[in-house]
Ligand binder design. Structure first.
Ligand code: IMP
Length: 431
């Protein structure tokens, strides 16, 4: 089975974009299945930096076709801009990019609602990316939202439908936030224009992915965000509004479980989180700042400074279990190059009791204190290593330790931001 699901094992920003880019070279399809433009996947190719929010990173490879699955919320303005941006840089997009008709349309009023709700909640907010994700999923689950398939409607019907939606969204905006109404007719007209560009991409995903279902075409499922941000299994309510875990790959594409193949988790060699919510290994003050600077930990979507901390093996094991991971890929190992020692949280102290079990209830996690195991740092640059044997012994020991606590083989290690800075370890790092 050549198929593979790539899942964020932590709180997002694990470096999935680079890994998907590396792994999509030989596949027929790269499929996104959840989330929207809240994601920011950064890929460095030589001196060029590509940041993608909606379009799967597989688009950077000539022969690969990409699909935005029905589980996504798609901002059509953002999609058009991203397509144009790629085309301006010489990538062929139009006959290689498809969008499921069932994907939800994310409209400007969703973004407005997201911003206003967060502003109202102030420091008690979730700290969303402000991309309208929650309100767009709410509209979908309420069964009132527009879908990508609506872009195929005759112009007048599309206009009417959009105007109706904007008018009812305006009622909500006015009633809840005393906000100015959005211009219904202008938005309807804009969407009609957008439909000229985007309607040709809209497909019945069930038919388009027939080859994947039949096993004659291969697929890589590109997860966005991370396990701990899953709406059902993450640190609720400080989560995103989609299933970032493995189930999302099924519901978000309509493919059967037999199509998934390998399920691999991407874990940064340390942890980061953007937005609010519990983060047991967070480093406050100077140590956190040092990690943030070394790792360039500023959001690709919002530019926000990410909260930083040491590797959390308790949460990581939870991610292995929830997703049924059969392998892990460790990214940004080089960021730890200057650390004197590299602690790993192997357990939590919860009200004086040591536990290795991740508490899922939501009430306990904020009280968990990390119990660390200190490993020696390697204090030398590893960016030019291309083989496990090239790594300094303490770096190898760190990886072996992570493999042991994760309980699944580490099948790849990223040692720098460039495409080429990878060590592939298909049979694991423990030899
Ligand atoms: P939303 O997805 O914009 O609603 O944000 C909900 C939570 O998920 C916030 O804590 C965001 O910071 C976080 N989040 C959403 N997308 C990403 C991502 O791509 N990387 C990291 N965090 C994210």
């Amino acid at each position: 089975m050549r198929n593979r699901v790539i899942i964020g094992g932590q709180w997002g920003d694990e470096g999935k974009g680079k890994i998907v880019d590396a792994l999509s070279r030989d596949v027929d399809w790269v499929l996104r299945y959840q989330g929207g433009a809240n994601a920011g996947h950064t890929i460095h190719i030589g001196a060029d930096k590509h940041v993608l929010h909606l379009i799967p990173s597989g688009i950077l490879h000539e022969g690969v076709r990409c699909l935005l699955g029905g589980g996504m919320v798609v901002d059509p303005w953002a999609l058009r801009d991203e397509m144009i941006g790629l085309e301006e840089r010489g990538f062929r997009v139009r006959d290689r990019l498809f969008v499921a008709g069932g994907a939800a349309l994310l409209m400007p009023y969703h973004m407005r609602m997201d911003e206003l709700r967060e502003a109202k909640l102030g420091r008690h907010g979730i700290g969303t990316t402000g991309r309208g994700i929650g309100p767009a999923y709410l509209d979908k689950v309420q069964r009132t939202g527009l879908r990508m398939g609506d872009l195929l409607l005759p112009t007048e019907r599309l206009e009417r439908k959009v105007i109706d939606k904007v008018l009812s969204a305006n009622e909500v905006l006015g009633a809840l936030y005393q906000a100015e109404p959005l211009p219904a007719r202008v938005l309807a007209e804009e969407l009609v224009v957008l439909a000229q560009t985007l309607a040709p991409l809209v497909v019945d995903a069930h038919l388009t992915l027939a080859g994947v279902r039949a096993g004659s075409e291969s697929a890589l499922f590109e997860g966005a965000q991370g396990t701990m941000l899953d709406i059902d299994h993450g640190t609720f309510p400080f989560v995103t509004s989609s299933n970032t875990t493995v189930g999302g790959a099924l519901t978000g594409t309509g493919l059967p479980a037999s199509a998934l193949g390998h399920v691999q988790g991407i874990f940064k060699a340390y942890c980061t989180r953007v937005g609010n919510g519990p983060f047991p290994t967070e480093l406050l003050g100077e140590p956190g700042d040092r990690l943030r600077e070394a790792g360039g930990e500023f959001g690709a979507t919002t530019g926000r400074a990410r909260r930083c901390g040491w590797f959390d093996a308790v949460a990581a094991r939870y991610a292995v279990e929830i997703n049924g991971l059969d392998g892990a890929i460790i990214t940004k190992l080089d960021v730890l190059d200057t650390a004197e020692s590299v602690p790993v949280a192997t357990a939590y102290d919860l009200d004086g009791v040591t536990t290795e079990v991740y508490p899922t209830g939501g009430e306990d996690l904020p009280r968990c204190r990390p119990v660390y195991r200190e490993l020696a740092g390697w204090r030398q640059p590893i960016g030019s290593c291309r083989d496990l044997g090239d790594l300094p012994a303490p770096a190898r020991r760190y990886l072996e330790f992570l493999e042991q606590v994760l309980g699944v083989p580490i099948v790849g290690v990223s040692v720098g931001r460039d495409r080429a800075q990878m060590i592939w370890t298909p049979t694991g790092v423990s030899g």
